[in-house]
Design a protein around this ligand. Structure first.
Ligand code: CP
Ligand code: NVA
Length: 303
């Protein structure tokens, strides 16, 4: 087990499955109203350089339910926003907090922060990865399907932080992952090469129909991520045909499930009909951010 949770492939399958076991236990306790104050008296510092609804709320509620406290900081209102070096901020925050969650742009910045910080650091999304979301996603599949590691997964859309994290997950968990992106919007080449070296079963194409055919799990995300808002129009053109809609779902396995990390642009990358339809497990996926992050923090921060 490493000190930090920055990227799924830093962790072993065994450790990640232990986190899923604890997630199941904590979710059950929360549903039956049994206290599970595993982090009593501890504080999580949450540093955001980008917007958030789910990540902020789920981490804050997680810490409350674990008997601790979460502190919300937006970079614009901190000295970091005025240029205080990352390494100084990291060293100071480590002296106040028992764990830090950061949402920022660069993966290198979060890695530098973690190096300088002796308490655990959790990646709440960077341009490169979104590992907590992936843990929630896979846990959700495991609740809906037997043998979640033996399914065919597909990613349709942008080769963004979520796609990169799915590629990491394919390497660690060993499932088949088909990735269909428009030309010029592929996932990170270094991430792909590392996953392939680790034996990941990855199939790349520019054809969403081919990727969806017979798939058990269909996944997508917005076409323009945070920080790419100015590219929205040109991306809409490039991604035409990459929508998850009822026709595409019909090509998948009959009992397929559809996922989206949210926020979604309804009727753009995914139709309203599919989000609200019988294959969608999107809101269970959102709920599980809470349960899985409690298990991640309890694993990393327990004294
Ligand atoms: N899925 C996700 O991370 O959502 P937020 O941007 O609302 O945190
Ligand atoms: N790819 C999206 C994910 C949001 C949770 C983004 O980075 O904006």
């Amino acid at each position: 087990m490493t000190k930090d949770f920055l990227c799924l492939s830093d962790w072993t399958l065994e450790d990640l499955e232990k986190i899923f076991d604890l997630t199941r236990e904590l979710k059950e306790k929360q549903k039956e109203g049994t206290p599970h104050k595993l982090l009593e008296g501890q504080t999580l510092g949450m540093l955001f350089e980008k917007s958030s609804t789910r990540t902020r709320v789920s981490f804050e509620v997680s810490m409350f339910q674990l008997g601790g406290h979460a502190l919300f900081l937006h970079s614009g209102t901190t000295q970091m926003g005025r240029g205080e070096p990352i390494k100084d901020t990291a060293r100071v925050m480590a002296r106040y907090c028992d764990g830090i969650m950061i949402r920022t742009y660069s993966q290198a910045a979060i890695e530098e922060f973690a190096e300088q910080c002796y308490v655990p650091v959790i990646n709440g999304l960077t341009d490169l990865y979104h590992p907590c979301q992936l843990m929630a996603d896979l846990f959700t599949v495991s609740e809906h399907k037997k043998d979640y590691r033996n399914l065919k997964y597909c990613w349709i859309g942008d080769g963004n932080n979520m796609a990169n994290s799915w590629i990491n997950a394919a390497a660690v968990f060993g499932f088949e992952l088909r990735v269909a992106t428009p030309k010029g919007y592929e996932a990170n080449a270094e991430v792909i090469s590392q996953a392939e070296k680790a034996g990941a079963k990855l199939i790349f194409s520019n054809d969403p129909q081919e990727a969806a055919a017979g798939a058990d799990v269909l996944n997508t995300d917005v076409w323009a991520s945070m920080g790419q808002e100015e590219e929205q129009q040109e991306r809409e053109k490039a991604f035409a045909g990459f929508q998850i809609n009822s026709e595409l779902v019909k090509l998948a396995a009959p009992q397929s499930v559809v996922m989206h990390c949210l926020p979604a642009h309804r009727d753009e990358e995914i139709t309203d009909e599919v989000i609200e339809g019988p294959h969608s497990i999107i809101f269970d996926e959102a709920e599980n951010r809470l349960h899985v992050q409690k298990a991640i923090m309890a694993t990393m921060m327990a004294r």
